[in-house]
Write a protein of this length. Structure first.
Length: 139
């Protein structure tokens, strides 16, 4: 697939939810990817990004019930088939950045223990880091 449209790459990703599909899976994925590109670090940040950019997001997403809550993102991503998501994500990356073709991207994440931040009584989650290292395949 040569389209750089994120929706085209994830259109056939199986939705793990059996019921309670209030929000479209493609809407959830697109908001998460856009939010992460813009610096969101956790599900609360993703929700805040979606609310701040709702008008723009609505110009290309369906959003039948508005912006999903942080709990919705958390539940959906916990149930997604990681291999199916990975396959589509890296196919999309290869189109938007052709220099990645033929490269292996190793991804490693760490969460700092005891880093939960409670401000004004609302838990903001733990501090995490994500590292990515690209290298050319051999042979």
């Amino acid at each position: 697939m040569e389209s750089n449209n994120v929706v085209e790459h994830f259109r056939d990703l199986p939705d793990p939810r059996e019921d309670n599909r209030r929000h479209m899976l493609l809407d959830i994925i697109a908001i998460v990817l856009c939010g992460c590109v813009c610096g969101a670090e956790n599900w609360d940040d993703i929700e805040a990004f979606g609310l701040a950019k709702q008008e723009w997001l609505a110009s290309f997403l369906q959003l039948p019930h508005g912006i999903p809550s942080s709990d919705t993102y958390r539940r959906v991503f916990a149930r997604l088939d990681a291999q199916e998501f990975h396959k589509r994500f890296f196919a999309w990356l290869a189109v938007i950045n052709p220099r990645l073709k033929g490269e292996i991207v190793s991804i490693d994440g760490k969460t700092v223990r005891g880093s939960a931040d409670s401000r004004e009584g609302k838990s903001r989650g733990r501090r995490s880091t994500l590292s990515a290292l690209g290298r050319t395949r051999r042979g």
